[in-house]
Design a protein around this ligand. Sequence first.
Ligand code: NAP
Length: 275
Amino acid sequence: MRKLIGKELAEAIRTQTAAEVAAGPRPRLAVVVATGDEASLWYVRSIAKAAAGVGIAADIVDLGPAARPEQIRESLVRLSADTGVHGLMLQTPLPPGASAQELAGAIDPRKDVDGASPLSLGRLAAGLPAFVPATAAAVMALLDHHGVELAGRRAVVVGRSAVVGKPLAHLLLDRHATVTVCHSRTRDLASVTATADVLVAAVGRAGLIGAGHVAPGAVVVDVGTNPTGDGGLTGDVDAAAVSARAGALTPVPGGVGPVTTALLLRHTARAANLP
Ligand code: NAP
C-alpha cells in the first residue's frame, strides 16, 4: 500500500509562496480566535509560525472564550475593512451561541483565505473563482501530487460540513468524478463507502472507517484529526486494518494537515496580490 505523504508537497507550496511573497508587498493574515480550546490555540500558533517562515505577517486576534457573537462580528467587519489586512479567518470552535457559518458572512470574500464565507461556497458551487477552504483544497492537491486519477471514477466523501465535505464534493465533481456524500444519517455506511475508488473521511471519529468500509485497492484520504490520550493525533481511518486492503492511504498526522496550512499561506499571498 502506498502512503500519500503531505510533507514534500507542503514544502514545495511553501517555497513557491515564499517566492511570490518576496516579489510583492508583505501580506498580512489576521486570525480571529474566541476559544480556550488548547488544540485550536496550538493550531493557530502553528499557522502564525508557518506564516512567518514564508514572510507573511500573522496577527492572532484573541477575543477570549467569553466573546459574544456581536463582538466577533464587529471584529470581522473591522478587519475586512482594514486595507492593511489581506487574509482573514475565523478559527473554530466558537463560544456557545456563536455560529461560524453565520459569522463568516462578515468576512470580505476577497480576504476569505479559508473559504468560510457562504459567498465563497456559493461561488464554488456555481463554478466561479473563489477561495476554497484550505482543507478541501489540500485533499485535491494531495491527490494530484500523487497522480490519482479522478475523471470518471467513483468518489465517496464521508462528512458534509461547509468547510470540508461540501466544498470537496464540488471540487471532485469539477474534476469529473462521480460523487456520493455520506453523513450521520447514511444507512449502512460501509456498503456505500465500499463502492469508492477514492474514499475521503472527514468526520472527526477515530477509527470510524475500517477494512470493511474500503474496496480492495481504493485510494483513502483521511482528513480526520482526533486527539489521542497521549497528546497525539489519529485519523478517522483505522490505518492498521485499512492498510491491508487499500491501494493508498494518507497518514495522520503528516498527510492532509501540512498541505492545509501551506495552502492557507498560498491563499493569503494570492489575496494580497488581487487586483
Ligand atoms: P464537522 O463539522 O463536525 O462535520 C462532521 C461530519 O461528519 C458531519 O457531516 C456529520 O454528519 C458526519 N458524521 C458524524 N458522525 C458520522 C458517522 N457516524 N457516520 C457518517 N458521518 C458522520 O467536522 P469538520 O469540521 O468537517 O471536520 C471533520 C474532521 O476533519 C475533524 O476531525 C476535523 O478535526 C478534521 N479537520 C482536519 C483538517 C486538516 O487540516 N487535516 C482541517 C479541518 C478539519 P451530519 O452532517 O449528519 O451531522
